[in-house]
Design a binder for this molecule. Structure first.
Ligand code: NAD
Ligand code: DAU
Length: 336
């Protein structure tokens, strides 16, 4: 198939592009990415020279760019990973999340409608359900209760995407995944930030009591799930994609400190994130039953693979932490 992937230079999008360009598959991939602070073509170094790959530098909010690209390339499927993806940044500056996550999704949907793209997969998040009280799990019919500007923008874009199925009969599917981790994740997110700070003997900032629960999903398991939803899922449907292990943040950080051989005293409690969701918990029963997908990577093994990757790629981390990163870090953490 010919895929138009947006946000393919980011953490999950680049894993998805690498998966599609693997020798075991024959897909063609066009990657449309604005290269924001989170987009990094180094993540695609292993596939850049593939004759099946093409990169287009552009903004999903730019209707002319998007329309021309869809018209010229006629993809079989559009997979929308492009987003402003970080909750803390969305709290510090909400405008970009609404621009990219809402207007960008709208622009892509309109191009797909105009050019009758056969399939549209919108990548979303479990955060749209808000905090879930134990012992419950959210299934796809659970109410939307977004807490942050980021999650509100994702919930809005999900509704917009699904409305195109209802109104225009467009073959749109929405996936909602839990917290991803793995190689190439930008070190603003919990796991890479803690690995990177621990390796540099810097304090590890724990929001509030650190007992918030996240359900960790290895990035390659997420990519296989998105592909399963495209290949075997039904248009007009939502599919949750849960992880292989739900853990409180402090336990995750403790495992990282143990693995890199650094003391617990590096953990530093800081003021909690405003509107911080206490617990995410998903039922992925529907996706498993309809497509046969399973999260395969055990958390301990995935965490070890991830830590080893950051240990072996200190230059990648140093490069992405230079420049804008320090400004963000100071804005988010300095007065906490
Ligand atoms: P990321 O921040 O690592 O990457 C986002 C990518 O989108 C970057 O390459 C960036 O340059 C690109 N981008 C941003 N704005 C753009 C625009 N206007 N036009 C074109 N490209 C643009 O994000 P990620 O963690 O890889 O997340 C990818 C998707 O998965 C997002 O939609 C996110 O909401 C969703 N998601 C993420 C997680 C997670 O744990 N990271 C979990 C569930 C769902
Ligand atoms: O659940 C899926 C979502 O997971 C995705 O939709 C988002 O794109 C992705 O960023 C992620 O959101 P979270 O807010 O859950 O991830 P983050 O890595 O920012 O934080 C994970 C948990 O760790 C959360 O409870 C906040 C806490 N935390 C995070 C950071 C960065 C800390 O305690 N300290 C920190 O410095």
């Amino acid at each position: 198939m010919k895929f138009l992937v947006t946000g393919g230079a980011g953490f999950i999008g680049s894993a998805f592009v690498r998966m599609l360009l693997d020798a075991s598959r024959g897909d063609d991939v066009i990657n449309l990415d604005k290269l924001t602070y989170a987009g990094n073509l180094e993540n695609l170094a292993s596939v850049t020279h593939s004759p099946r790959y093409r990169f287009v530098h552009g903004d999903i909010c730019d209707a002319e760019v998007v329309n021309n690209l869809v018209s010229d390339t006629r993809p079989d499927v559009i997979v929308n990973f492009a987003a402003e993806s970080h909750v803390d940044r969305s709290i510090l500056s909400p405008a970009p999340v609404f621009e990219t996550n809402l207007r960008g999704t709208f622009t892509l949907l309109e191009a797909a409608r105009m050019h009758k793209t056969p399939r549209f997969l919108h990548v979303s998040t479990d955060e749209v359900y808000g905090s879930i009280d134990a012992p419950h799990e959210a299934n796809e019919g659970y109410p939307l209760r977004a807490s942050s500007p980021y999650s509100a923008s994702k919930a809005g874009s999900d509704l917009l995407a699904l409305s195109y199925f209802v109104t225009y009969k467009m073959p749109v599917t929405v996936t909602r995944a839990s917290n991803n981790y793995g190689p190439y994740q930008f070190p603003e997110k919990l796991i890479p930030l803690m690995i990177s700070n621990a390796m540099e003997d810097k304090p590890l900032p724990i929001y509030g009591d650190g007992m918030q629960i996240r359900d960790w999903l290895y990035v390659d398991d997420h990519c296989r799930a998105v592909l399963a939803a495209i290949e075997r899922g039904r248009p007009g449907e939502i599919y949750n994609i849960g992880g292989s292990r739900a853990l409180p943040n402090v336990e995750v950080v403790q495992l990282i400190l143990d693995a890199v051989g650094k003391p617990v005293s590096l953990m530093q409690t800081v003021t909690d994130r405003p509107g911080h969701d206490r617990r995410y918990a998903l039922s992925s029963h529907k996706l498993m039953q309809e497509t046969g997908w399973l999260a395969e990577m055990p958390f301990e093994k995935g965490l070890k693979t991830t830590i080893d990757w950051y240990r072996n790629n200190t230059e990648w981390t140093a490069r992405v932490k230079s420049g804008e990163y320090q400004n963000y870090y100071d804005r988010n953490y300095a007065n906490r």
